[in-house]
Design a protein around this ligand. Structure first.
Ligand code: FRU
Length: 526
């Protein structure tokens, strides 16, 4: 971990970075953040705890920052919830609402919130050199926290055992707590069970499989009904990996399978490479195999995604860190650095011969009602484009907006959105559908400031299958990010961009043949 600090360059205080501050993505006011932690819904509030350096804007002094929201779009930051001290850094973990007061930290009529986090022990600790799992609890609905005196509650005497995600499992033998965590350097998810959150018994492990050429981090495991069918419930195991993700550096993969209360077994169709891609070395076969793995996101900037617990109505909502360890400490913003992705509701759907996760950004209330962050859309009617470009309507001054389009590429070779373009067209981010390769490609090589790190300028691609001949895109652009939800959320791609001042033009262009633009909507975000 210390290499992250060593890699951080001294703060150069760029002159003006407030224009990059996102409109609808969470950032800490004036500090560093990484992984979302302890995502939980309680008493009408979504709590977002997060890896935070309270003293700076590079990684270090890891503590849990805290923010709350009623709609997952407007956030209020609170004081640090769980602070590092001379003996431990507070690494990633989760929060549960202990409804049955199994831990004894609350009372039956006022359940405690219990945080299960990784103690990354420092030199002053008797546990120095290990990472182990610890508890903290809150009796005031998450606003203040006490560390449990009996910490750590689970150790393996391992230096890389971390990121516990805990959930309540209800099976034939009753209910108990299940923890998924990682042995990061062995590419293993390890599962434990507990009656009281304090004493844990080993259940099983999973991995390596699929992408394994980096550390496995921040796992999650949850059930979902396939296409909403309660008689066909499958389990999703999320495994984040750094480096070794499909777009390079950090990313999130997932497996679909079965969990019987003790062991997760992945469906054969979600395992592209049973022993793990790294056995194939640095070969073309390995690159090809990586494409076959199931990815939460095909972009460079979606990492450490995990889900909220205790969300009503069986909804499953995930959120990730919109960044990549390749260059995270060097992003050209100050005093804040890094943001979260939008919250995304996930569902499972059957596709030919397989089951896939689909994701939709949460931009409306649970009943579908409009949130006040989302203003009324500007529509364009159906029209043809061929070897020409169309300037998208500007819904409001500013750059935070949702572009939604349904396009029939028909004979076109490429359908391209030029985003954050400048006046002479020499700069911009290029998002295109390539008909010949059936790929969605995002090219940020001329997206603005790419100078802060050699690995930032990049081109990402994702396989994309037209549906009834249609390309369906929802593109959410905020002041320094582009999140693309394609084909109703079957393909998701997230990238940061840092456009030059004044690069605000968005165009749609079609080349190599005609396309019908069936619908095109631009919605401003306040
Ligand atoms: C993932 C991660 C976790 C760890 C935390 C430390 O980004 O490396 O594995 O708990 O960040 O900040």
């Amino acid at each position: 971990m210390s290499s992250r600090l060593d890699a951080a360059r001294p703060e150069t205080a760029p002159a003006e970075t407030s224009r990059f501050r996102p409109a609808i993505h969470f950032t800490a006011k004036d500090t560093w953040l990484n992984d979302p932690n302890g995502l939980v819904f309680h008493n009408g509030l979504y709590h977002l705890f997060f890896q935070n350096n309270p003293y700076g804007n590079v990684w270090g002094n890891m503590s849990w920052g805290h923010a709350t929201s009623r709609d997952l779009l407007h956030w209020t930051e609170h004081p640090v919830a769980i602070a590092c001290d001379e003996t431990e850094d507070i690494f990633s973990g989760s929060v549960v609402v202990d409804h049955g007061n199994t831990s004894g930290f609350g009372a039956p009529d006022s359940p405690a919130l219990v945080a299960i986090y990784t103690s990354a022990y420092k030199a002053a600790s008797e546990h120095h050199g290990t990472q182990a799992q610890s508890l903290a609890y809150s009796a005031d609905a998450g606003m203040t926290w006490q560390k449990y005196a009996g910490n750590p509650v689970l150790t393996r005497n391992s230096a890389h055992f971390r990121d516990p995600k805990v959930f309540r499992y209800q099976g034939d033998q009753g209910a108990y707590w299940v923890m998924v965590a990682v042995e990061a350097q062995h590419q293993k998810v390890v599962l434990y069970r507990s009656e009281d959150l304090k004493s844990w018994d080993f259940l099983s492990d999973f991995g390596p499989a699929n992408a394994d050429a980096g550390e496995w981090e921040c796992p999650d495991l949850f059930p979902l009904a396939v296409d909403g069918d309660p008689d066909n419930v499958k389990w999703v195991l999320i495994v984040n990996i750094n480096p070794g993700a499909v777009a390079g550096g950090s990313g999130g993969q997932y497996f679909v399978g079965h969990f019987d209360g003790a062991r997760f077994v992945a469906d054969a169709c979600s395992v592209a490479v049973p022993g793990g891609v790294s056995a194939l070395g640095d070969s073309a076969a390995a690159a090809e195999a990586l494409q076959q793995c199931l990815w939460l996101d095909w972009g460079r900037d979606c990492y450490a995604s995990v889900s909220f617990s205790n969300v009503p109505d069986g909804r499953r909502i995930i959120m990730g860190w919109m960044n990549n360890w390749d260059y995270a400490n060097q992003l050209p913003t100050t005093p804040w650095r890094s943001s979260m992705t939008l919250a995304r509701e996930v569902r499972l759907t059957a596709v030919t011969g397989s089951t896939r996760l689909i994701q939709q950004p949460v931009l409306a209330g649970p009943g579908g009602e409009d949130l006040d962050a989302v203003r009324s859309p500007v529509h364009s009617g159906s029209f043809e484009l061929q070897d020409s470009a169309f300037r998208l309507p500007e819904a409001v001054p500013g750059r935070a907006q949702i572009i939604a389009a349904e396009i029939l590429p028909a004979g076109a070779e490429r359908v391209t959105f030029h985003l954050f373009g400048n006046d002479d067209g020499s700069a911009g981010t290029v998002l295109s559908y390539n008909a010949a390769t059936a790929e969605l490609i995002l090219d940020r090589q001329r997206s603005g400031d790419i100078s802060f790190h050699g690995k930032f300028a990049s081109v990402e691609s994702a396989p994309l299958v037209l549906e009834d001949g249609a390309l369906k895109l929802q593109i959410i652009i905020d002041h320094c990010s582009i999140e693309v939800f394609a084909q109703d959320g079957k393909v998701v791609l997230t990238d940061l961009v840092f456009p030059e001042q004044g690069s605000v033009a968005n165009h749609l262009a079609v080349t190599g043949g005609p396309s019908t633009i069936q619908t095109l909507t631009v919605t401003a975000l306040s």
